[in-house]
Design a protein around this ligand. Structure first.
Ligand code: ATP
Ligand code: MG
Length: 393
């Protein structure tokens, strides 16, 4: 076996008695994400998950990238296994890390010995391997405090492993541990980020998009499908529920005062999302709302939206500046799609002077002009469901 992937568990290890189920969930998530890269053995030992290729055709590069997007992992590295023998470890380090050893100016060897029966202590292994590496690469200086390259040696139960520096994993908690939520996904920048943030806390997502043809185009719908597919490497497989929204918007325009259009429309969004939640067993709603960003995102307006549903509404980007949201959006890979210039149903029939400080009782009275239950049920009956998989699949 040439190379394996080592994943360090994140917060998972803190969960006491739940730890076993967290690890099992995490390993199941990893297995599902890497299955298209070949047959791998995935198992855990001492807060580390091992991903071992079982056949020649395994795409280790692809699996490594996929593992970097699995929540619940704090650090990730590729490593080469070797025999549990001091010279085998030394030769493995020379062969596997030859290029970085040549390129670095300073180095150190750090050893962890999980196998307490191994005849040398961690310090003795580090000194032995470090000393002979120094002889083999005389340009290197030893720097135990700030080395340019740290050569890691881990002596474990079955084998020893050699690796260079690890990189940060995706963090968070394994998806599925935190239940299910319905995330309202528009075509904008904010809602893909809010979806990512809630998924990161271990929550499985059902996605809902409100679609208003002919006011919004087929390209706008394709854009949302694309965004959902870009989220899938982080959030796992999801279902996107496309809810027909045209009739509701037209009814609001016909029967309600213009300055309340957006507020009443948002109340329908919450009801419909809650309808999808009931059908899918989800226990909260997620939006990309941000305090003060637009008229419908003042505290008074949020009170009016929340009144239309009973489930908690999670708003992970509520206190973020646009710049911070954009930074996340670039990091997770949705930004370029989000800025494609297609309209959203929110931009259809936008009031010229929206109410920023609505009064709940007044909104409820204005809404009484509509057949709220009938419109909601009809829209839910027309939902189209799309299975979302990562773009590469
Ligand atoms: P975004 O960048 O996410 O579009 P935004 O700042 O443009 O956010 P709004 O358009 O007011 O804000 O929408 C606020 C939130 O309502 C969105 O983040 C999203 O969660 C939800 N939302 C808006 N439009 C839709 C839609 N067509 N389908 C599903 N959810 C929507
Ligand atoms: Mg929007």
């Amino acid at each position: 076996m040439n190379e394996i992937i080592l994943l360090k568990l994140g917060e998972v290890v803190l969960k006491g008695l739940n730890r076993r189920s967290f690890e099992d969930k995490l390993m199941a998530n990893i297995r599902r994400r890497i299955q298209r890269f070949g047959t791998f053995r995935v198992y855990s030992k001492q807060s580390t998950i091992y991903v071992e290729p079982q056949e020649e055709r395994c795409d280790i590069e692809g699996a490594y990238t996929a593992c970097g997007q699995v929540f619940g992992v704090i650090a990730i590295t590729r490593a080469r296994p070797c025999a549990k023998d001091k010279d085998a470890i030394l030769n493995c380090a020379k062969a596997y890390l030859d290029a970085p050893l040549r390129a670095a100016e300073s180095f150190k060897v750090e050893t962890k010995r999980a196998d307490k029966l191994f005849p040398m202590t961690s310090m003795e292994i580090s000194q032995y391997v470090g000393g002979l590496l120094h002889d083999a690469y005389p340009h290197l200086t030893v720097d135990v405090h700030h080395p340019e390259l740290c050569v890691h040696v881990e002596v474990r139960e079955k084998a020893a492993y050699v690796h260079g520096p690890s990189r940060p994993g995706a963090g968070g908690l394994p998806i599925g541990m935190g239940g299910t939520a319905v995330s309202l996904l528009s075509g904008g920048i904010d809602s893909p980020v809010s979806s990512y943030m809630i998924a990161k806390r271990g929550v499985r997502l059902e996605l809902v998009h409100f679609f208003s043809p002919p006011y919004t185009s087929p390209q706008a719908k394709d854009k949302v499908i694309r965004l959902a597919r870009e989220l899938a490497p982080w959030c796992g497989r999801m279902t996107l529920h496309i809810v027909p929204f045209t009739e509701i918007q037209e009814e609001i325009r016909r029967s309600c005062p213009e300055d309340h259009f957006t507020l009443i429309m948002r109340r329908f969004m919450m009801r419909l999302a809650e309808g999808v939640a009931k059908r899918t067993g989800a226990k909260s709603l997620v939006t990309g709302e941000c305090l003060g960003q637009v008229a419908s995102q003042t505290m008074d307006a949020l009170t009016v939206s929340d009144d239309a549903c009973t489930l908690p509404v999670l708003r992970p980007v509520i206190g973020m500046d646009k710049e911070e949201i954009v930074r996340y959006s670039r990091k997770i890979g949705t930004f370029e799609t989000s800025i494609l210039p297609y309209e959203d149903c929110c931009t259809v029939f936008t009031p010229r002077h929206p109410r920023t400080h609505p009064v709940l009782e007044e909104v409820r009275q204005l809404e009484a002009a509509l057949d709220v239950d009938g419109l909601t049920e009809k829209a839910l009956a027309g939902v189209e469901r799309i299975k979302i998989t990562p773009i590469t699949e």
